[in-house]
Design a protein around this ligand. Structure first.
Ligand code: PLP
Length: 388
């Protein structure tokens, strides 16, 4: 074979196993997609409608700009300025075909001597990207001993370091905010330190959403990369739109990368997402998503605890992060769930040291309530109960 082989990332590994076992694709009608990280793609109760169409003219059929269409970059900058007083302009924004391509681009251009630091329990594909790029990384303790809640004291104190962190964290839902987030931003804003803060779940938290950009004085003097996406909060994973907010000189590099490596992002998708970011609409979306998913988090949390799982979840994201009873591991649990066309994400796939089912995350699972309709609750709990 001429190509290096590489397996799919963990969520897809689980989806492919599910498809083999059930002859169905997880997420289709009749399945219980608790392994999947997508939100409802129709209006949540009390939330804004999603447009059914977007008008396309001859200009929109032309090539897109490499760093994103000006209207979308302006809308993203206006969003962060309105809600976080970020003090940025469109020149601080680069648009990508989703959150993952944005993350990939930052890491692909990271100078070789920079050490990557990452929490021990994190978003599955960080591991794949670091591996394919041949990057070593050091782990910040995040396990049952500290209840998956590392503090600033656990972070590296040297220089030539880049932190990668999802906030709210996928899979744990633990959210760094307020003074703790300000301290993290300060720590990684000094010379020789950098951070990629992945805010895909910004809207999913208790209380007001919070971005690291609320604590950044002058992004141009930092090596901070704040990644956002339309995927979760704006409810459009299929549009494939994500972005990085960073210093202008980094944005120029991403433009150069796009010019040979991506070719920009679909213009209809960018137009659609620009509409979703209209300031009054997005204020409504922030509030409604937050309220709906806080309710879902609470009731699924109570049910899982009642069924004997030990919960470690924080109050962000749309996952519960919990330990199975009786030493059962995530894969064995999935075998039982597959018979009901249900499946979770085994905890081992969030282990940034990939120690398998014998490792510290072997009996942990990530239960997603992101794609679940409000009326699926009783049936979901009945299936969980049977399989436990
Ligand atoms: C932590 C985190 N970051 C980024 C993303 C963005 O993904 P996408 O590439 O689908 O926009 C996701 C989606 O699962 C995520 O969980």
């Amino acid at each position: 074979m001429i190509l290096r082989q590489f397996p799919p990332m963990g969520v897809y590994e689980t989806l492919f196993r599910f498809a083999e076992a059930t002859d169905d694709y997880m997420g289709q009608a009749g399945t219980h997609p608790w392994a999947q990280g997508f939100p409802l793609t129709s209006a949540v109760p009390g939330g804004p409608e999603l447009p059914e169409s977007v008008a396309i003219g001859p200009d929109d059929r032309m090539y897109p700009k490499a760093d994103g269409q000006p209207v979308l970059r302006e809308a993203i900058a206006a969003y962060y300025n309105r809600f976080y007083d970020a003090g940025i302009t469109a020149d601080n924004v680069a648009v990508f075909a989703g959150g993952r391509p944005a993350i990939f681009a930052v890491l692909a251009f990271l100078r070789p001597e920079v050490e990557v630091a990452i929490e021990e329990t994190e978003y599955t594909p960080y591991w794949d990207v670091l591996r394919i790029l041949g990057r070593e990384f050091s782990l910040i303790q995040s396990n049952a001993q500290n209840r998956f809640r590392p503090t600033i004291a656990d972070h590296p104190t040297g220089t030539d370091v880049l932190l990668i962190k999802s906030n709210p964290c996928n899979p744990t839902g633990v959210t760094t905010r307020g003074e703790n987030l300000a301290a993290l931003v300060r720590h990684y804003s000094t010379d020789g330190r950098a951070a990629l803060v992945d805010e895909a779940y910004e809207f999913f938290c208790e209380g007001e959403p919070e971005s690291a950009l609320a604590h950044v004085d002058d992004i141009d003097s930092t090596d901070l990369f704040v990644v956002g996406a339309a995927t979760k909060g704006l409810q459009v994973p299929g549009m494939r739109v994500g972005w990085v907010v960073a210093a202008k000189e980094h944005i120029e590099l991403f433009r150069n990368y796009s010019s040979f490596g991506m070719g920009g992002v679909s213009r209809p998708s960018q137009l659609y997402v620009t509409e979703l970011l209209e300031l009054e609409r997005v204020a409504h979306a922030r509030q409604a998503l937050n309220a709906f998913y806080t309710g879902q988090r609470e009731r699924y949390g109570e049910a899982l605890a009642r069924l004997g799982l030990e919960l470690f979840s924080g109050n962000g994201g749309f996952y519960h992060w919990c330990r199975l009873p009786g030493g059962l591991n995530g894969d064995a649990f999935n075998e039982r769930l597959f018979a009901h066309k249900a499946g979770i994400l085994p905890g081992r796939l969030c282990d940034m040291a990939r120690r398998g089912n014998d490792g510290p995350l072997g009996d942990m699972i990530r239960f997603s309530f992101g794609p679940l309709e409000p009326d699926s609750f009783e049936n979901d709990v009945a299936i969980l109960e049977q399989c436990l």
